[in-house]
Design a protein around this ligand. Structure first.
Ligand SMILES: C[S@@+](CC[C@H](N)C(=O)[O-])C[C@H]1O[C@@H](n2cnc3c(N)ncnc32)[C@H](O)[C@@H]1O
Length: 213
């Protein structure tokens, strides 16, 4: 592709907060790749866009095949938060060069969670369990420290707490940020032992900040 593709993140904190450069990219776009939710957000903040919206292909790896049909178009790809943080950025960089892409990153879900809890993240180790097996947890969470964990419905806070208790970390502190930036946003804090048998219901959009002393 000759022209650059703009990859625009939607802020987890404030969905309408776009930089001037991101706004320009959206206003000039001819094709915008977006999920259903992302399209609704963009239509809400930019009701006059001329661009044609396209859903992301499933599986997302098919994107490489569909892009050549938009060769001469100005393309924007929507992302959640920071596209280079467990997002579409790494997928695009598998088949496009850095020079072919322009990233407009917004605040990520992890940054939003840390801000809500007023936690500095200088020494934070990060891992994602989103769509991944829980077994990776014991290799990463072995030592004392602070961890930021992206997760999904399957790897629920209860299952993660269960794993921590199994590892002898029943006193680990688990801070949970649910549905950040949405009307059902919720923050809570537990010890691992308290969560294991709990009947709490959590949203499917979750960030956990885990402290192991
Ligand atoms: C594929 S990753 C995308 C991360 C994204 N690029 C970012 O910058 O936040 C998806 C994970 O982000 C987290 N997440 C996304 N939106 C969230 C929200 N509104 N509230 C809490 N966690 C969220 C969840 O852990 C989810 O499993």
């Amino acid at each position: 592709m000759k022209q650059k593709i703009d990859v625009v993140g939607i802020s987890c904190d404030d969905a309408g907060d776009f930089s001037t450069a991101a706004q320009k990219a959206l206003n000039e776009a001819e094709v915008i790749f977006a999920s259903g939710d992302q399209e609704a957000t963009i239509q809400c903040y930019f009701p006059k866009l001329q661009a044609q919206f396209k859903p992301y292909p499933k599986p997302i790896s098919e994107l490489e095949k569909s892009l050549p049909s938009y060769q001469s178009k100005k393309i924007v790809m929507m992302a959640l938060g920071d596209p280079l943080f467990y997002g579409i950025g790494a997928i695009l960089l598998r088949f496009l060069s850095a020079e072919q892409l322009r990233f407009h990153s917004a605040i990520s879900s992890l940054q939003a969670a840390l801000s809500r809890f007023s936690i500095p993240w200088n020494d934070l180790a990060v891992l994602s369990l989103h769509g991944r097996s829980l077994s990776s947890l014991s290799t990463v969470l072995g030592a004392k420290g602070r961890y930021g964990v992206l997760t999904d419905e399957k790897n629920s806070p209860q299952r993660i707490a269960g794993k921590l208790v199994e590892m002898g970390q029943e006193n680990a502190v688990i801070r949970i940020a649910e549905s950040l930036g949405r009307s059902d946003e919720k923050l809570s804090t537990y010890r691992a032992a308290e969560l294991v048998d709990g009947k709490q219901h959590f949203s499917s959009l979750l960030i956990l900040i885990i402290d192991i002393a």
